[in-house]
Design a protein around this ligand. Structure first.
Ligand code: HEM
Length: 285
């Protein structure tokens, strides 16, 4: 964790100190973030809890009130939405699970070691999956949580994910309203509840004729996030940015296909398993 000056350090220390009261009084006691426990006790790991609090401080430029309020809003949202359930216990539409891939590249440059691939191009003709926004959201947030499960918050070279959107096969002259709605919602949730977790986002196989879609979607995206975007018309150029990607289709150095690289099993944290157990016990009673 790096602080540019004393004021930043003070804002961070204040948030850590006030966390027990904030969580109790304003977050309905929900002390779980991305599967980790934020308050001391069993399952608590101080370095991880601090790394997560730091992310909120950094995202809100170390302004205490803004960071505290954003963190509370995220904890309340998590209590309600239950993203861990979306990640580890729910079943999603197979059409969707087929187009979401997670890869882990230990040799890749800092913070590009975990990559989420969204092969959205293949959904261009399967728009039924966007009809129920909540279903789509639960799938996409589940994938986000599982990608976070592959990070290591004790390692500053692996505490952000990179994402790829492959739009191969997309051709459209107007944006399907349901796709637009889903896109808008996912972007909003990521911006509010997953700060400082994205290192870079690559949009590949984007036909030149569709750069207008980029302009439409950009209206929902914050300035800071925009800076992380790279648009590539030719998908095989991705290897220049992610050398561990498959050579086939993506121009990387790996002889494996993307499907062979797909990490299918992500282990939930011990705290997540404990929370699941608690829920089961409460349901039985
Ligand atoms: C974000 C789907 C076409 C640019 C998204 C998101 C979805 C989505 C669901 C939400 C963020 C996420 O899942 O990570 C689709 C589908 C498309 C399509 C189904 C067509 C079938 C395009 C095209 C472009 C584009 C042609 C042009 C480059 C973007 C941008 C974002 C985005 C810039 C914002 C990403 C972010 O804030 O993280 N898209 N998209 N999309 N899409 Fe697309």
């Amino acid at each position: 964790m790096q602080f540019a000056n004393d004021l930043e350090r003070k804002a961070f220390d204040k948030l850590v100190k006030n966390l027990p009261t904030l969580i109790e009084q304003k977050c309905h006691g929900h002390d779980e973030l991305y599967g980790h426990k934020l308050l001391p006790g069993e399952y608590y790991e101080e370095t991880i809890a601090h790394a997560l609090v730091y992310k909120f401080c950094k995202a809100y430029k170390f302004e205490y009130e803004a960071a505290a309020s954003a963190l509370c809003s995220t904890l309340n949202w998590r209590k309600e939405f239950d993203p861990l359930s979306a990640a580890f216990s729910e079943r999603h539409d197979e059409t969707l699970t087929k187009i979401g891939v997670l890869t882990k590249y230990p040799e890749e440059q800092a913070n590009r070691k975990v990559v989420t691939w969204n092969l959205y191009g293949t959904l261009a003709k399967q728009t039924h999956v966007f009809k129920d926004i909540n279903k789509f959201l639960r799938y996409r947030i589940g994938l986000m949580e599982r990608s976070i499960g592959l990070l290591d918050f004790d390692d500053e070279s692996n505490n952000y994910v990179a994402q790829v959107h492959d739009y191969d096969g997309v051709s459209m002259w107007r944006m399907d309203p349901q796709i637009k709605k889903c896109t808008k919602q996912v972007i909003a949730v990521f911006q509010e509840h997953y700060p400082e977790l994205l290192s870079a986002k690559f949009f590949i196989n984007v036909p030149s004729l569709l750069t207008w879609v980029y302009d439409v979607v950009m209206k929902f995206v914050s300035e800071d996030t925009r800076k992380k975007f790279v648009v590539l018309n030719d998908g095989t150029k991705l290897g220049q940015y992610l050398p561990s990607a498959p050579s086939i289709l993506y121009g990387g150095k790996s002889k494996e296909t993307l499907q062979a690289q797909n990490v299918l099993e992500v282990r939930p944290t011990d705290y997540t398993l404990h929370l699941f157990q608690q829920k089961v016990s409460a349901d039985v009673e």
